[in-house]
Design a protein around this ligand. Structure first.
Ligand code: HEM
Length: 493
């Protein structure tokens, strides 16, 4: 009895405290022994400690995740490539997970034929009602979808994409922006840009005129479903019926699926009297509806929904960050751009001006939309050189390729936190700038994204001046969102 009492009152709490200290990385003597290469992520909370798994998980699911990983990487000893061992319960067969912000190691992983979209993305399939989609699938399911849809993004179609972007931008200017300018009011940059990019993608990619109401519902449903499913809470997965949040998320995913079905129905109705050779072959929806390799329309709906999800806020936030940084810092490139376009009667030429491209590229470096990048499971050992030492990472590990710290890695960029478009005139390196990722799973939508970025920003920078009247804050949840940045426009001509 006495033994039982002792163990209950003394041993159990002691074990709990030791476990907590261990998990939080405070058991330095033990951790020191374990600190092989790559090192564990340094703790931000405790000086000279490593980040424990509680700190790691809290950091990774928090809205400051990219900044936390960046701060951790900055604490690595000088000369170390930016790769750390993640200390969290992970699903890789090798038991090892790594966060990578070194571009050479990232390249090896992203271009390896043995690299697959990670099991860490399993939760994303719930967004598409349990069906795999082009973003998460591997093997035949991914290959046929990607191959069939790729022609919709070929450079032959850029003209059409640019035209659609220009038309929607003109509509935004006439119905919204000019009103703000006339009334001297400020607007929420990211909110307006999300509406604009949804209008563009729904027409350019899906031949579907999306109403304002549908846009509001779409962004709401996506947020509700993503916030519950993407995090993959094990309790939600084991006992889904217990949690109202899961019911709501499932309902939201059903609504996303219903929108995808409306888009397919609309496409089929418009094209119903056309022969097969008369179908449009230059839009995503045409390439999805007419792809015979899908086993059912639910699979098609999954890809439509994920294209909508992947293609709207990434672009909207990249445009927003560019506007915010350009008009906060007013770099020499803005003046140079305006001087050059004064001599260019054809507006189509504005988007190609080098200084504009530098300003956009720099915004996508400092604030990459997919700030936490991408996750891969790699079936082979990954090796790299660290000084004279060859480091071998075990096969079947998980790699988190983190773009935010990679794009601020001082090995590639001087004064990396500074928005400085001029750095691109004479860059230290070009290869560490991969906002659309690289390899076979890179961003399929980058031609459309670039068309939107350059069309929208060239016109806005030319015809308007913006004052940043309210400083917002960056918030991360799957994309890096500029929250509550308010800008007041002034029309120049
Ligand atoms: C500035 C805007 C954009 C950025 C920064 C961006 C970035 C990325 C990145 C980094 C990936 C790789 C993700 C991974 O490997 O896990 C990706 C994949 C993808 N993106 Fe984008 N993207 C943008 C716009 C778009 C647009 C406009 C579309 C569609 C119209 C789109 C559709 C997709 C799809 C479907 C994938 C998955 C491709 C696959 O796995 O084969 N993205 N994007």
């Amino acid at each position: 009895m006495l033994l039982l009492l002792i163990s209950l009152f003394f041993v159990a709490p002691l074990v709990a405290v030791v476990a907590l200290l261990w998990s939080e990385g405070i058991m330095l003597p033990f951790e020191k022994k374990k600190a092989e290469y790559p090192p564990f992520m340094p703790s931000i909370k405790y000086p000279n400690q490593i980040a424990g798994w509680i700190e790691t998980i809290v950091a990774l699911i928090g809205t400051r995740a990219p900044f936390v990983v960046y701060e951790g990487m900055k604490k690595l000893p000088q000369g170390y490539p930016w790769i750390v061992t993640g200390k969290f319960p992970n699903k890789s067969p090798s038991g090892c997970g790594y966060a990578v912000a070194d571009v050479h190691i990232a390249k090896e992983i992203l271009t390896s034929p043995h690299s697959r979209k990670s099991v860490m993305y399993d939760g994303v399939d719930f967004l598409t009602c349990g069906f795999q989609n082009i973003f998460t699938a591997n093997g035949h399911r991914w290959r046929h979808a990607r191959k069939f849809v790729a022609p919709a993004f070929s450079s032959n179609h850029i003209k059409r994409m640019n035209r659609i972007c220009a038309e929607h931008l003109e509509h935004f200017i006439n119905t919204t922006l000019d009103k703000y300018a006339e009334e001297g009011k400020a607007f929420d940059v990211s909110e307006e840009m999300v509406t604009l990019t949804l209008a563009i993608i729904s027409e350019a990619a899906f031949e579907y005129p999306m109403s304002r109401k549908e846009m509001r519902e779409f962004t709401h449903n996506l947020e509700v479903a993503a916030k519950t499913f993407v995090i993959m809470n094990p309790l939600h997965q084991k006992f889904p019926w217990l949690f109202p949040a899961v019911w709501r998320a499932r309902h939201a995913a059903k609504n996303l699926q219903a929108l995808a079905y409306r888009m397919m129905d609309n496409y089929r109705a418009v094209h119903k009297d056309k022969k097969e050779h008369e179908f449009r072959d230059d839009t995503i929806i045409s390439r999805i509806v007419n792809n015979p390799n899908y086993t059912c329309d639910d699979e098609r709906a999954a890809d439509i929904a994920i294209f909508m999800a992947a293609g709207h806020d990434t672009t909207a936030y990249s445009i927003s960050w560019s506007l915010i940084e350009i008009f906060r810092t007013r770099p020499a490139e803005l003046t140079e751009f305006r001087n050059k376009i004064a001599e260019m009667p054809d507006r189509d030429d504005w988007r190609r001006v080098t200084e504009l491209q530098y300003m956009i590229k720099e915004a996508m470096r400092v604030y990459p939309a997919l700030a936490m990048g991408t996750v891969r499971d790699v079936g082979v050992e990954i090796t790299y050189q660290h000084g004279k030492e060859k480091v071998v990472l075990p096969k079947d590990s998980i790699y988190f390729i983190n773009l935010f710290p990679m794009f601020r890695n001082p090995e590639y960029y001087d004064d990396p936190d500074e928005y400085r478009p001029s750095r691109w005139a004479n860059p230290k390196t070009e290869e560490a700038h991969i906002p659309f990722s690289i390899g076979s799973r890179n961003c399929i939508g980058q031609t459309l994204a670039n068309a939107e970025l350059s069309t929208v920003l060239s016109v806005l920078c030319a015809r308007y001046d913006f004052e940043l009247v309210q400083e917002g804050y960056p918030e991360f949840f799957s994309t890096l969102t500029p929250c509550k940045y308010m800008m007041k426009p002034t029309k120049l001509f």
